[in-house]
Design a protein around this ligand. Structure first.
Ligand SMILES: O=C[C@H](O)COP(=O)(O)O
Length: 214
C-alpha cells in the first residue's frame, strides 16, 4: 500500500512531516510520499522522502504566468504528482494535458476523481493511478473505507474495466492503520490523506500507526 500524504495548504511544518515520513518509511519498509506546497518541493525532497507535487499544469515552457510546470516540479525533486484534486479541479482536456506533461517530465501520476464514473474516465487517460475521494468525506473523521466502502469497490471495478494497469487509491478521512488495512481489503493499492497527518500534534506517531498493519 502506498501512503501519500498531501499537505494541501495546511499551516504545518513540511520539513517536520517529511522527516517523520522518511524515517517511518525507512524503519517500516512502507512506501510513503509527501506532497507539499510547490514552493516547498526542493527542501522537502532534500530530506530524502519520496516527494510529490500537488498539481501540474498542462503547459510546457513558454508564456504561461502562474503555471506549475511538470518540468519544474521534477527539477525540484518530485517523483510524482497529483492531478485534478477535488480542491483543484481541471477541465477534462486539462487533466489529459497534465497527465501528458507529467509523463514528459517522468513524473508518476495520480488523477483524483469524485466517484467511480469519474474513475473510469480518468483511467481512460492512462495515469499510473486514480484516487477516488468523495468530497463530502474529505477532511472528516470517518474514513471513506468505513463510510462508503461500496464507492471504493466500484472504483476498483471501474478502473479495471477500462485499464487494468491503472492502480486505484482511495482517500478522505483516512487517519489510522485500521483505515489503511480496510482500504486494502476493498482493493485499493494506496491511500491519499491529508488532515490526519498535517493537522496532527505529532505527525510521526500518526505515520507509525498508518503503517502498523502493512
Ligand atoms: O488529498 C487528500 C484528500 O483530500 C483527503 O484529505 P483528508 O485526509 O484530510 O480527508
Amino acid at each position: 500500500m502506498f501512503i501519500l500524504v498531501n499537505l494541501k495548504a495546511y499551516p504545518c511544518d513540511p520539513i517536520e512531516v517529511a522527516t517523520a515520513a522518511r524515517d517511518v518509511a525507512e524503519a517500516s519498509g512502507a512506501r510513503i510520499g509527501v506532497a507539499p506546497q510547490a514552493a516547498d518541493l526542493a527542501r522537502v525532497a532534500e530530506t530524502g522522502v519520496e516527494t510529490w507535487g500537488q498539481h501540474v499544469s498542462p503547459n510546457a515552457h513558454g508564456s504561461h504566468t502562474g503555471s506549475t510546470l511538470a518540468e519544474a516540479v521534477a527539477d525540484n525533486g518530485a517523483e510524482g504528482t497529483l492531478i485534478n484534486h477535488s480542491e483543484n479541479r481541471l477541465k477534462l482536456a486539462d487533466v489529459d494535458g497534465s497527465v501528458g506533461a507529467a509523463e514528459r517530465a517522468d513524473l508518476e501520476t495520480v488523477v483524483c476523481a469524485n466517484n467511480p464514473a469519474q474513475v473510469g474516465a480518468a483511467a481512460a487517460l492512462s495515469p499510473d493511478a486514480v484516487a477516488v475521494e468523495p468530497p463530502e468525506l474529505i477532511g472528516g473523521d470517518v474514513s471513506v473505507a468505513t463510510a462508503d466502502p461500496g464507492i471504493v469497490e466500484d472504483a476498483v471495478a471501474a478502473a479495471e474495466a477500462v485499464d487494468p494497469d491503472v492502480d486505484v487509491f482511495c482517500g478522505a478521512g483516512v487517519s489510522t492503520g485500521d483505515d489503511v488495512e480496510a482500504a486494502g481489503e476493498l482493493g485499493a493499492s494506496g491511500v491519499l490523506l491529508a488532515s490526519g497527518v498535517a493537522k496532527a500534534d505529532d505527525p510521526a506517531t500518526v505515520l507509525e500507526d498508518l503503517v502498523s498493519g502493512l
